[in-house]
Design a protein around this ligand. Sequence first.
Ligand code: TRP
Length: 448
Amino acid sequence: MKRENFTSRFGVLMAMAGSAIGLGNMWRFPYMLGEYGGAAFILVYILCVFLLSLPILFCEFIIGRRSQTNAFGAFGKLAPGTAWKWVGLISLFAPLIIVSYYSVIGGWSLQYFFKACTFGFTDYVTHEELDSMFNDFVSSPLIPILGHTFFLLITALIVMGGVKGGIERFGKVMMPILFVVVVLIAVRAMTLEGASEGITYLFKPDFSKLTPEVCAAALGQSFFSLSLGCGTMLTYASYVNKSENIAKSSAAIAVSDLVFAMIAGCAIMPAVFAFGLSPQSGPGLVFKTLPFIFSQMPLGALVGILFFLALLIAALTSSISLFEVGVAYLVEEKGMKRRTASLSIFLVTWIVGIFCSLSFGPLSEFEILGNTLFDFFDKLSANFLMTIGSFLVVLFAGWKMKKADVMDEFTNGGTLGGNVRMFNFIWFIIRWIAPLVIIAIFLSNLFI
Ligand code: TRP
């Protein structure tokens, strides 16, 4: 059977940027910014994106497009008969774990979108009231599970539609909408009275805030945001046409992801400061602090609807990419039909996700290594699986694949002059810098 491919350059870009741009940009990045001190964090983050994450993205692109198969099969196909095939195992489990908890937040976004549409925030006049509304909501046993279920169902339906008819089509329509919506919100936030303090916070670095912990967090965030180390980009890259320029496409994805995170920062921080609130409210920033702002600011009800719509779209385009990793595996390695594969992944992640959701309420006492199930999955994937996954990807490209093959894929058989000239520098980063930095960060994560 012929493999489906993405059909246009724009489609590839929208699908892959759609994977990258997600809750990581609109929910995780802003609260990390708040916790780790604004502009200084952003600077380290930008360095991490270009010096490390982008070369790793090149590697995922190279492995995926060369192997023309799913993330599990790719390593075995490029290095037959070696233990490398087990590397694919990470791509099998990590995306499932991530979707399971990602869809819980996706579900919250869905429900907050409906709340915003029915003007559900306007009845709450104080910040404390909205705080407790959020806390009651996430800890109640049933309602968040409903959101999680619907969110996953939509994801499964899109993936069922196929690479071209589902994933590419959804991305091509939704990503431009997402972009326009977020820019509108940013303009509204930055023109609020008192917004300038927030803008300073975003753009004027205070280097005294830089610690090893901040650097490790920035690196982890850049992996998360670019969907690295879990086979997502690798799987998508396997659907990319052989004539595409890997360096250009990857750079476009990394830049859009970064720009988007910055716009999301500009949509959130100025408003937070304008209302005299603290940016340091952690994961609750988007769900507690923002609804309060929406209930207070001029045009807030409308901005609230747009914001949660954007959050929902961003989350969906990312969760379909995580979902696709498992589906591609089941279809190509196990011979399942796409529909059955999607339903199977739905079932597994639905059940695991229910436990993640319950860990905010009835199961909050149940702890693994001192974390609730949700936090455990988040840490396990962000600090551990993605780091190891990325490490193995660069090792594979830099030390197992032949240099000539990597170069051939990166330069489209030597036809892309710019990529040929860049290659030795990139090769050095892939072989030496990337693995060493990842080891350093990994060790520091263990000990911080
Ligand atoms: N990058 C996405 C975000 O920012 C999330 C995501 C999609 C992801 N695929 C991934 C994270 C693979 C880690 C690994 O929301």
